[in-house]
Design a protein. Structure first.
Length: 491
């Protein structure tokens, strides 16, 4: 589906700001559609400037009500009409006024009443909303329908005056509140003049069993809030007075209700407000469960790290008591490998989500490896590329593989101080590549990693093939030796 810009390019004087404001209107107009039980179509005049008569109009948006059946089974976005084809749209554009008293006209099996509303931005009518309702459904309206229509008329007037949609509403409408979840109408003093059945049910859940109408909404909410009587409660009462655009959440033992307050304006005067309610009790419960679960997982990683550090300390003590140099070296290698795993769990214990900031782990791996090789104090380390955040199932084996490759380079590939160790990462859509390089003595003639007796390389090959589902290639020339690790990018 094309954007507004594509529909009006070179055919309308709309600026980028005008289009942005139309997008804000489209983002909020489900409210208008539901309150008026009507399909809404947004028409942009096709003309060279704001003083010219349009040659026609193009439909750039269409919304269906959730409170009534749609009259348009098919979208009309992209449809064009000529000037004069729909007189009510022409009237709204030229007079900059709402055209309301129109006669119903047949549309399929329905008699449809069309009303048109000019969209005013910066003193210009930049578009026209056509509102389409089934006239049969308007004959015996209920009290709910009457209130919804009156509120809709107020909001449409605000559209024609340029005061709706509200500017800089930001996250107040994210997620967008819905009329069907509960609506309260306030007079200019913040007193409830109407509450929908769902709104009354929401307050019943908060243990308010009396009538809402005739009471100040802010005072009711203040009395129900779990928060003790302090300045914050005063803020709740003021926020629900209807004086300003606000979003407030009230919680007590019965549940959690989200309130969105929309002031109703006439010219520059406030004439009341509407409050949209949303029962978010279950949502907040799930959020608390997720927070508790995340905290528990982080605590588990923290304890695993501590346990691994304890195992490492025990192995180091044992290594110091063993006289056999080979056995002592084997235990020290086990300590190094355990430390690599502990680093991953330490990162996870401090991570806000279930991912490992692997570049931080890699820095620690390099530092730890250099601490174990004091003769390499003047080693030059070249780092290029980043690996970003990785899943734990990838991070743990990768940390072990890189630890072994760095250790192998320090022990066998770098013969003297002043040598260079390279660590290069490259991320592609389908594959991640990590290269560990050194400029040391190189691989022995006829070397084959598959038959090498080196335990570290056997561990690397096993983890690469079984855990990372990747490949490891060792190549050597007169300049440098490279260990090239490649594995699928699962992100």
């Amino acid at each position: 589906m094309a954007s507004i810009e594509e529909y009006v390019r070179d055919r309308s004087p709309l600026s980028a700001e005008h289009i942005h404001r139309l997008r804000e209107l489209i983002a909020d107009w489900q409210l208008l559609s539901d309150l008026s039980f009507a399909d809404l179509i947004l028409w942009v005049p096709l003309r060279k400037d704001f003083k010219s008569w349009p040659t026609g109009y193009v439909a750039v948006a269409h919304i269906r009500p959730t409170t009534a059946a749609t009259l348009f089974p098919l979208d009309v976005i992209g449809n064009e009409i000529e000037h004069g084809e729909r007189p009510h749209i022409d009237q709204a554009l030229s007079a900059a006024e709402i055209i309301r008293d129109t006669q119903p006209e047949p549309l399929g099996d329905h008699l449809v009443k069309e009303e048109t509303i000019p969209v005013m931005i910066d003193g210009h009518v930049v578009a026209v909303i056509s509102r389409h309702r089934d006239s049969e459904l308007m004959r015996q309206p209920s009290r709910l329908e009457l209130n919804y229509r009156e509120i809709a008329h107020n909001l449409y007037r605000m559209v024609s005056e340029g005061t709706f949609p509200f500017t800089n509403a930001g996250s107040l409408f994210d997620p967008a509140p819905r009329v069907g979840d509960g609506l309260i109408r306030l007079d200019v003093n913040g007193v409830v003049s109407y509450a929908s059945p769902n709104a009354r049910s929401a307050f019943s859940r908060l243990s308010w069993m009396s009538e809402l109408e005739g009471h100040k909404l802010g005072e009711i909410a203040q009395s129900l809030s779990r928060v003790s009587a302090d300045a914050q409660e005063e803020t709740i009462a003021n926020s629900l007075s209807g004086k300003a655009l606000k979003r407030v959440e009230i919680e007590n033992i019965g549940g959690t209700i989200d309130f969105t307050v929309l002031p109703l304006m006439q010219s520059e005067d406030r004439i009341g407000a509407i409050v949209l309610l949303n029962n978010v009790t279950e949502l907040r419960r799930r959020e608390r469960e997720l927070v508790t679960k995340d905290a528990t997982i982080r605590e588990i990683h923290h304890r695993v790290k501590n346990n691994l550090q304890t195992v490492s300390a025990l192995l180091r003590l044992q290594a110091r008591r063993i006289e056999d140099p080979g056995a002592s070296a084997a235990l020290n290698e086990a300590v190094r490998r355990i430390a690599s795993i502990a680093l991953v769990h330490e990162t996870l214990s401090n991570s806000p989500d279930a991912s490992v900031a692997f570049d931080q782990v890699l820095d620690s791996l390099v530092s730890h490896a250099l601490e174990l090789s004091p003769r390499m104090s003047e080693l030059k380390i070249e780092r290029t590329g980043t690996l970003g955040s990785l899943e734990p199932r990838i991070a743990t084996p990768l940390a072990l593989v890189i630890t072994e490759l760095i250790h192998n380079a320090l022990e066998h590939g770098l013969a003297e101080e002043g040598s260079a160790l390279g660590i290069h990462a490259r991320i592609e859509p389908q594959e991640i590549t990590v290269i560990i390089s050194d400029d040391g003595v190189g691989l022995p003639t006829g070397f084959d990693i598959a038959t090498s007796p080196n335990l570290g390389l056997q561990i690397v090959r096993t983890l690469t093939e079984n855990e990372l589902r990747g490949t490891l290639t060792l190549i050597s020339d007169e300049v440098q030796t490279q260990a090239i690790l490649k594995f699928p990018n699962a992100r």
